[in-house]
Design a protein. Sequence first.
Length: 436
Amino acid sequence: MTETGSRRRVRTAAGTETGPRAGAGSVWSRDFGLFFAARAAARLGDTMLPVALAAGLLEHGYGAGAVGLAMAASTASFAGLVVFGGVIADRFSTRRLMIGADLVRVVTQSLAAVMFFTGHVLLWQLCAIGFVNGVASAVFQPGVASTVPRLSADVQGANGAIRIAESVAQLAGPAVAGLLVGFASPGGVFAAHAGTYAVSALCLLLLRLPPLSPDALAATGRGMRAFRADLVQGWREFRSRTWLWGVIVIWGLYMIAVAGPTTPLVATEVVQQHGPRAYGLVNSALGAGTVVGGLLALRLRPRRMLRAGAFSLFLFFGFPGAVGLGLGVPAVAAGAALAGAGMSFWSVMWATTVQTQVPSDVLNRIHAYDVAGSLAMMPVGQAVAGPAAGALGASHVLLVSAATSLVVVVFLLAVPAIRGLVRADANPAPALTPGR
């Protein structure tokens, strides 16, 4: 097969060809535009949800613990079931599964809106809704990984564009939610959230995915035994790639010691020392940084993507470090912007690597293991942040987090399979002649 310009197809390391149908543009096309809109709309709604839950539950006499419990119900079900969602996504139409998951969340968020509009708000009901939403997300998320390379010949560019859209949505979502709470009620935010899922479902319904490769259409069998076999095969594929499981293992340390403590402790320290407006400014800087990182990922094409992405993670050091050192708001905001840029660039490098190095017939399962492994340690880090801050002081914990962020990068670069992995669409190196 010849490769011509933006229509080339990417061959994975396993030899499986993936890519958009002939005639697709390098990044933008009608179908990628629809998928882009679906992801942006859903992300906008998701960033509105914490504001709605916090304002609504506090308004009805519940405390911060209830807000955390309602959020944890969704996170727990998602983390626990996303691996199974990966198997399901590899056995059925990912587009139909994603549409179905969106429609389920339209219903659940509409029910939540009715609860708040009528004033009949019960915590267990919101937790049940959160659990169902988590299950729907577990079915939805694995299909995202395999959809991107089917829609765009430029997988890295597509991931960069989606990352930028999600970053902008993350900036706008809380502000929109705050306006809706102020001018309407928390129920209005839930209604808007249901609307974002409806937009996502409509975009996916209009989407035309190219046909799968013959390998991806291979029969997997029916019944629980075949389901378990698919699950085991996904684990074997995951375990067979040192660069893949190596990153996930190291990322577990990052979640426990860096990402988990940084989010709650930075919020607490900045609000207490500088006020809520300063924290809003820091969050805006973080969001702006993620946009910049996405833009850089659109332009820079490193041959060794994971190595370049790992180096970009050095930029995260300044965020918890500036807060831990007690620096002023401008320094903290600058650290947040750099952290957002580094994390965003890494995210695009990582997503593109997984989507182009893994065969399409197991990609959904591999992505599910990736998500589950990456997410599993975050609650642990969040849980230990409070006791650690009480024993050592929040500033000292944040300084440890900053130092650990550097150690994690060193660990990533110390693994040959990670730092030496060459991008799947790179030109093969010329063969060495004997004696050279």
